[in-house]
Design a protein around this ligand. Sequence first.
Ligand SMILES: Cc1cc2nc3c(=O)[nH]c(=O)nc-3n(C[C@H](O)[C@H](O)[C@H](O)COP(=O)(O)OP(=O)(O)OC[C@H]3O[C@@H](n4cnc5c(N)ncnc54)[C@H](O)[C@@H]3O)c2cc1C
Ligand SMILES: *[C@@H]1O[C@H](CO)[C@@H](O)[C@H](O)[C@H]1NC(C)=O
Ligand SMILES: *[C@@H]1O[C@H](CO)[C@@H](O)[C@H](O)[C@H]1NC(C)=O
Ligand SMILES: *[C@@H]1O[C@H](CO)[C@@H](O)[C@H](O)[C@H]1NC(C)=O
Ligand SMILES: *[C@@H]1O[C@H](CO)[C@@H](O)[C@H](O)[C@H]1NC(C)=O
Ligand SMILES: *[C@@H]1O[C@H](CO)[C@@H](O)[C@H](O)[C@H]1NC(C)=O
Ligand SMILES: *[C@@H]1O[C@H](CO)[C@@H](O)[C@H](O)[C@H]1NC(C)=O
Ligand SMILES: *[C@@H]1O[C@H](CO)[C@@H](O)[C@H](O)[C@H]1NC(C)=O
Length: 544
Amino acid sequence: MRIFQAGPLAIALSVFTGAASASGFQNHTYDYIVVGGGPSGIISAEKFAQAGKKVLLLERGVGPTVATGNNETLTWDHSLTPIDLPGLSANIGALDVWNQYMCTDTAGNAACVLGGGVTVNYMVFVHPPARDFDDKWPKGWKWKDVESAADRLYKRNPGTTLPSADGKRYDQGLYDVLSKFLSGLGWKSVDMIAEPNEKHQIYSYPSWNVQNQTRAGPVRTYLPAAAKLDNFHLALRTKVIRLVRSGSQVTGVEVQTASGRSQIITVAPHGRVVLAAGALSTPRLLWNSGIGGKAQIETAKKSGVAVPPKAQWIDLPVGVGLKDHPIFAITFNTNTSFGLVDYEGVLNGTDSRDISLYRKHSGVLTQGKHRLIFFTSEEIDGHTQYYQGSCAPTDEGVVTMTTYLTHGLTSSGVLGLDASGNTVIEKSPYLQTAADRKAARTFIQKMVKDITAPSTGFELETHTNVSTILKAQTPGTHYVSSAKMGTDDGRKNGTSVVDTNTKVYGVDNLFIVDASIHPDLPTGNIQTAVMVVAEAAAAKILSN
Ligand SMILES: Cc1cc2nc3c(=O)[nH]c(=O)nc-3n(C[C@H](O)[C@H](O)[C@H](O)COP(=O)(O)OP(=O)(O)OC[C@H]3O[C@@H](n4cnc5c(N)ncnc54)[C@H](O)[C@@H]3O)c2cc1C
Ligand SMILES: *[C@@H]1O[C@H](CO)[C@@H](O)[C@H](O)[C@H]1NC(C)=O
Ligand SMILES: *[C@@H]1O[C@H](CO)[C@@H](O)[C@H](O)[C@H]1NC(C)=O
Ligand SMILES: *[C@@H]1O[C@H](CO)[C@@H](O)[C@H](O)[C@H]1NC(C)=O
Ligand SMILES: *[C@@H]1O[C@H](CO)[C@@H](O)[C@H](O)[C@H]1NC(C)=O
Ligand SMILES: *[C@@H]1O[C@H](CO)[C@@H](O)[C@H](O)[C@H]1NC(C)=O
Ligand SMILES: *[C@@H]1O[C@H](CO)[C@@H](O)[C@H](O)[C@H]1NC(C)=O
Ligand SMILES: *[C@@H]1O[C@H](CO)[C@@H](O)[C@H](O)[C@H]1NC(C)=O
């Protein structure tokens, strides 16, 4: 592999490539240009490279690990950066790198760093149940169709409920209290990895995206295999501005490097461009390229982008139908004793007990944020609505249940663009339908009633009644459907932007593989589904 340097990362990056020299990409053409080095971009780029194609993966952010050129390591282990350490993920927003890694030009929350959201997320790794695909995904994308892609992913990136090498679970106070509480309600304990289809009145030890006691994900589980290939190239700190089109053909991409220089990279004669910039950024790339609603393309033009002439615009419902899981946090004191990891002590090296255990590949620092995850469902007006609860300590004896309205929800919103080129929420995706509002209230009412039953000894904190809990709704950061896949062509009054080969309607050689194309939300946290879909999409693209 060659990593093109777009700045001072040059020396560190050559460590990863094993090649000391590098040249620009201006004199090359590529079979596949993949835009965005998040989970979907890395997985698909690796697949294309394994198939012998000449691949360029373009990522606007830096590498977050030592192997990808980062040198901001832990004071007590220079092979690891803070994002690598599972025990620090619980407090990731407090890390110095957080501000550096989060995008500043998108709506909602997205990460602009190699690895995308998977570099900064809470590592909850929910294997999707079959129904997540069987319900609303189009023909060719039902569970029987994507199951082999899931198997390929799980072989390389399985997730784990037991990351500590000594086979022990640490800091189990919260689990003990809540598992007793939930089993008292008649709920069942399951292993959420072994039994992904069990999603009604069940709880589990959390499944984390951890391998070898470090944060896993495609940066660790796919990129190294691509890096070994001469036909795979990665450019960091290289932001794609727009696609260069000649009618229905994409001929190249315009990029801006870290120095602010613009240049055009060309696609080989039968080459393809694959968008993987994430559900909050891929729509901008489409609008900047004259693909989407007329108003947004006009706005893109006003923001200074060289959009193609009007005659080449392709009218598709980009940004329409944006979906996300809404979160409702329930915080309560359990009146028992369990606490938090000493994040500062881990960072400054004074927490010698946990650090010395970690040096033996064990202990609480091998675990993620949560201590118990539950799933349940309710019948709401003739449909099944699913819920997830991710439970973590937030203070001594205090639990926060981050509860999500998940699969089955019916609301959607609209993503748009402003004149500075930021993506913005034009219509909120949350609780737009009466069914969703009823579903949220029904579940929170039940849970609050059970939590506050006198026998529990629990006491609500922060938001102390159903109304205030519902009012304090926050984003789930599992954005999907901003460039939806389906058979109803959006140019012909349909709702879809890509067809079931993930090809953009009206463009011959443009594909999308990120969360934008998911037509529906899964039952749990979404990253696993994003990876499964990228595996499946890459196979379809290669065979077409
Ligand atoms: C704070 C946070 C916490 C989360 N917690 C969890 C969790 O615990 N479990 C879970 O399952 N999911 C979680 N998620 C969601 C999950 O991480 C995302 O759904 C997933 O990363 C989406 O993958 P993607 O490939 O579609 O896009 P992204 O991960 O958004 O990746 C897009 C990539 O493209 C790059 N890019 C964007 N625009 C350009 C451009 N113009 N040029 C070049 N590169 C570009 C970005 O830098 C990024 O690397 C969380 C997300 C966030 C933000
Ligand atoms: C770490 O990397 C940054 C960014 O590339 C660079 O400016 C800095 O000099 C490096 N520091 C060390 C100690 O190598
Ligand atoms: C690209 O090709 C041109 C013309 O052949 C040459 O002048 C230039 O040095 C080349 N650039 C790189 C980075 O190889
Ligand atoms: C885990 O460690 C094994 C043994 O050293 C190695 O082969 C494997 O690639 C590592 N996996 C990850 C994801 O780091
Ligand atoms: C390290 O962090 C601990 C908190 O756990 C704090 O008490 C201590 O003062 C810090 N030490 C240094 C040297 O920063
Ligand atoms: C918490 O526990 C103490 C000691 O067991 C008890 O006195 C107190 O009433 C409990 N508080 C609640 C809110 O249950
Ligand atoms: C809920 O709590 C809020 C804030 O404490 C309070 O204003 C409101 O009256 C309460 N509502 C109910 C129904 O108790
Ligand atoms: C477009 O679709 C909408 C809703 O599906 C329908 O009401 C409308 O009549 C359609 N318009 C045309 C021109 O087909």
